[in-house]
Design a protein around this ligand. Sequence first.
Ligand SMILES: Cc1cc2nc3c(=O)[nH]c(=O)nc-3n(C[C@H](O)[C@H](O)[C@H](O)COP(=O)(O)O)c2cc1C
Length: 200
Amino acid sequence: MDVFAAVTRRRSIRRFKDRPVPDEALEKCVDAARLAPSGRNQQVCEYVVINDPAVLPGIFENIGGSVRLPPEKGGPAPSQTPGAYIIILINRKLEETPNRRHVSLIDVGLAAENIMLTALELGLGSCPILMFNEENLKLLLGIPAEYDVALVIAMGYPDESPVVEPAKGAVNIWVDEKGIRHVPKRRLEDIIHRNRFSAD
Ligand SMILES: Cc1cc2nc3c(=O)[nH]c(=O)nc-3n(C[C@H](O)[C@H](O)[C@H](O)COP(=O)(O)O)c2cc1C
């Protein structure tokens, strides 16, 4: 799959097939994250991969947003919850200075996209999740105090096919009567400024 095709095809997936996600797939995704750009190559991110059916429900209880909506509003049925997670941590001990955090968060975003595109190539869907209960996740997973939970990526084999469409004003994602998720994206002409900023 070429890179632009992958970027175009990737959508956040919130309904998954009831099918286990193999260790090797998660490891390949983390390997892709490992190779992502990072400010001054400091590589402050570490990753917890979760696919143990005994652990998955505890993670699901501690994440939020659309992935927790009821099925009629686009959320997963009980059998469609994520089959795996990759949790991106920031190791504070590796951050050279306290004001490095904004750089670290950019590192997290770049690592996350590598994970999600690699997942796509492996037939997996994913959804980045910033709404989570950090305290509970740290407790549940035994994450040491010097680590911050930066992002949770829900993963699994997709059981939905969201569609992207040009935004006509509002950019809220919406679910139609067939349960298909629509993702409005601002048009290229509305966001690009060629050679200098132009408001036209
Ligand atoms: C930084 C960030 C935080 C997000 N947090 C959540 C979240 O907490 N819950 C959720 O269901 N989706 C979350 N999303 C997914 C967005 O809703 C999704 O990316 C957006 O609607 C665009 O859809 P797309 O990913 O299919 O292009 C997050 C995405 C990003 C980039």
